[in-house]
Design a protein around this ligand. Sequence first.
Ligand code: GBH
Length: 507
Amino acid sequence: METAKAAPSWRHTKADVVQPPILSTTSMPEASLPKDFLWGFATASYQIEGAVHADGRLDSIWDTFCRKPGKIADGSSGEVACDSYNRTGEDIALLKDLGAKAYRFSLSWSRIIPLGGRNDPVNQPGLDFYVKFVDDLLAAGIVPMVTLFHWDLPDALDKRYGGPLNKEEFTQDFVHYARTVFEAMGSRVKHWITFNEPWCSAVLGYNVGVFAPGRTSDRSKSEEGDSSTECWIAGHSMLLAHAMAVKVYRDEFKERDGGEIGITLNGDWCEPWDTDDPADVEAWQRRLEFVIGWFADPIYFGHYPASMKRQLGDRLPNFTPDEAELIKGTNDFYGMNHYCTNYIRHRSDPADANDFGGNVDVLQENKAGEAIGPPTQAVWLRPYAQGFRKLLNWISERYGGPKIYVTENGTCILGENDKSREEILEDEFRVWYFRTYIQAMAEAVGVDGVDVRGYLAWSLLDNFEWADGYGTRFGATYVDYEGGQKRYPKKSAKTLREIFEGLIKKE
Ligand code: GBH
């Protein structure tokens, strides 16, 4: 266990560590969060809303993907999910009950513009639904944080031109959609997120093929797709669509509405598999660049990481000088989704053309056979709270101390879905996860000086966990899918308020 005052261990590799000055014995740096810290819960449209064809909504790529046999573990879909489209009052009452100050949710593009494109009709009932929802949140004293795109591309745009595979069309359609939303609710919303985890859309949707639209070179999974190129093209388009939407917001709305806009990136921390092997230490850094730097480097520096250019060559698109100019500096804040830590081992063979991870193995155990953390229901998720503190420091140092919102953090629990409701509600593992992770974040803020302004727990509700279906529960609230979608807050949901009250400064 590190004490609150110890610097994060990854810094020990640097000789010239500068410790924060200790001003007096009464102002010793300690774990804490600033007075106006925003905390609450997060969700995403397709995972909770259901009502997929209500009031004019048309299919997204997730609706069509779920209909393909074998794509979703339990053969389910988001058709009903938590039925949140019909239960906005319940969800807002729940948030209020739990003491949440903020709620992050996403908009379903195909509710607002069912066919998606800039020349397609806007669906007024779909837009009105979200405007009213935002009004209801504000009336309840809850700050809305709105994500424009959480993976549910209108299916018509996938069919029409391949979605983000067509840069010219996709960027213009996204900007039109964004402007439609800013016009309708910009005056009410002060925190905008353009894309959620474009890494997942690009890699899982266009390389591995396990997420919609399921394109991959693996012909056992898909008749179409080229894993060696498409994910890099899709990522490039999403970056430019982000940049163009930010420009529209800044040029046309920011002065009127006084809000801020940024992107949310996934990023798990990693540690070298063998700390004594320089190749593993290099692979560890390269891994962070392939996952985080892929998107954050263009946004903060105007270009892709050198390690990616080196491995991918011409398959990684170039930014024209105009594009580089357009994208650089397009984050008012850094939206950070963070779940876990992995060990990274370098591969000795040259990278495969379909490799997307920096030519490394991602492992849960190090060379000595020690696990990074206990197992959960997700193979990729092993909790290690100090990894959160380390990654906050890494992002802060690399990108010049940006203002950060932690837009997702949470865990599932091994075997949770097999337990009775009574047992599920006593989710001590998740309570432990939140306690240790939030404490680690407060150390990054209070001791290391990282500028974190908010934290949204994933998730408000158990919900449709994408390709894993409903068997993996990430909710701080239990949803009884067989019992009419009734919500029961778990112990962890009720504990967050107490955790934050203990860490947020009173003045
Ligand atoms: C988030 O993404 C999503 O935003 C949310 O919708 C989802 O429900 C939640 O997390 C829980 O899963 O080993 O190379 O395959 C998940 C973040 C990032 C986790 C990529 C899995 C796999 C890396 N994901 N990671 S790899």
